[in-house]
Design a protein around this ligand. Structure first.
Ligand code: FA5
Length: 369
């Protein structure tokens, strides 16, 4: 009668009473092992089943060899003990060696298949990632930096979150002043006493607090207003502030600087003109217009047939502002200006809707590589 699990029985139960019987029994166990291991797959994915198979034979508690040690060796009669012990050692050595060989085969197969999987095929075409371009606002900023750098202005940046003091009061715009109306802004609910700056002018004050004249700076950055979006307005837009203060700065320097800028930016034939305006922090204040770069001044759609394009507000720094920064108003004078960068870019590149800058439509962006 064939016995399924002879290792769970004792030699007496198996009817083995002499050395020949022991040898025959171990030989059957070896055949059983050899059969099992030869039918196991050598696939790399078989590492898991290799472990199960190893435990089945070598497991400390219920492995077949442990059972043989417990049931055959320990229970063997003194006459058979020696031959059982010897045969068990041989079987163990055979099982361990075969399992080790199998493990190596599986590992090699696994390394080979990983190698095949990861092989780099240098003849394959590469993945081309389309390159983006700088946004037109960034390009315009770079153009502005180039122009103002070339006449000695340096670039400083300020924070977008400001206090009402720097955004208004120190610029001579006290509370309840009507000039605050068109600069209504966003106040930060979680940080009382702070707002999103409505213009880059607060950096005028901060820079003058920091250093004595000469000052010659431009300040780029985002600004915020409670303006409804339309073709020329956005609640977030970009400005470039300019400030020059020194002992001998006159209105002529002011006009000359702006003229130089307009000619560099729009073309050498550009003329500028001034119209009276009002800003609490400049006195006198002016709006600068440039002759239309499209029609040269004869009148077209871009300039609404006036021949002139409104550029930006500016003026000589109001001595009242010097009072906030401890500058001697008798000794120093200067000028300041604030450009709307989005509007300048619209003018220069013939864009009729300011919203196009912020919609991220690649068909628009690609036109300005
Ligand atoms: C100012 O912001 C002043 N700080 C400028 C200044 C600086 C004057 C220094 C004197 C001395 P104004 O509110 O006009 O001024 O805004 C300046 C420019 O920002 C405008 O000429 C316009 O080009 C642009 N601008 C204003 N509001 C918007 C808006 N909602 N969307 C897009 N651009 C705007």
């Amino acid at each position: 009668m064939a016995i399924d699990n002879p290792s769970t029985k004792t030699l007496t139960e198996l009817g083995v009473a002499n050395a020949e019987g022991v040898a025959e029994l171990f030989s059957k166990m070896r055949q059983k092992f050899d059969l099992q291991i030869s039918t196991a797959s050598a696939d790399a994915s078989e590492v898991g089943s290799w472990k199960t198979f190893r435990d089945e034979w070598l497991g400390r508690k219920s492995g077949i060899l442990s059972e043989i040690a417990d049931n055959w060796l320990k229970q063997a009669t003194p006459e058979l003990k020696r031959s059982v012990g010897q045969a068990l050692n041989e079987l163990r050595a055979h099982v361990e060696q075969s399992l080790e060989d199998r493990r190596k085969t599986i590992e090699t197969a696994s390394a080979e298949s990983a190698l095949a999987r990861d092989r780099l095929d240098l003849s394959l075409p590469g993945v081309t990632r389309p390159l983006g371009t700088r946004h037109l606002i960034s390009q315009t900023y770079e153009e502005l930096y180039r122009i103002f750098n070339s006449i000695g202005f340096s670039i400083v940046e300020g924070a977008e979150i400001e206090t009402p003091y720097y955004n208004f009061e120190a610029l001579n715009i006290p509370e309840h002043h009507p000039a605050r109306d068109n600069m209504d802004t966003f106040y930060l609910a979680n940080a009382p006493g702070y707002l999103l700056r409505t213009h880059t002018s607060p950096m005028q004050v901060r820079m003058m607090e920091r250093q004595q004249p000469p000052v010659r700076i431009v300040v780029p950055g985002k600004v915020y207003r409670r303006d409804n979006p339309d073709a020329t307005h956005s609640f977030m837009f970009h400005q470039l502030e300019g400030l020059a203060v020194d002992t001998d700065i006159t209105f002529c320097d002011f006009k000359g600087t702006i003229e130089y800028f307009a000619q560099q930016f729009f073309g050498p034939k550009t003329r500028v003109r001034l119209r009276p305006s009002y800003f609490p922090f400049t006195e006198p204040s002016a709006e600068f217009d440039a002759s239309c770069h499209i029609c040269g001044g004869s009148g077209c759609r871009t300039c609404k047939h006036s021949g002139w394009i409104e550029l930006f507000g500016a003026g000589m720094v109001n001595p009242a502002v010097y009072g906030f920064v401890n500058y001697d108003a008798k000794k120093f004078s200067g000028f300041a200006f604030g450009l709307g960068v989005d509007r300048l870019a619209m003018l220069k590149y013939g864009i009729d809707d300011l919203q196009a800058f912020f919609q991220n439509d690649v068909r628009f962006l690609r036109q300005f590589p």
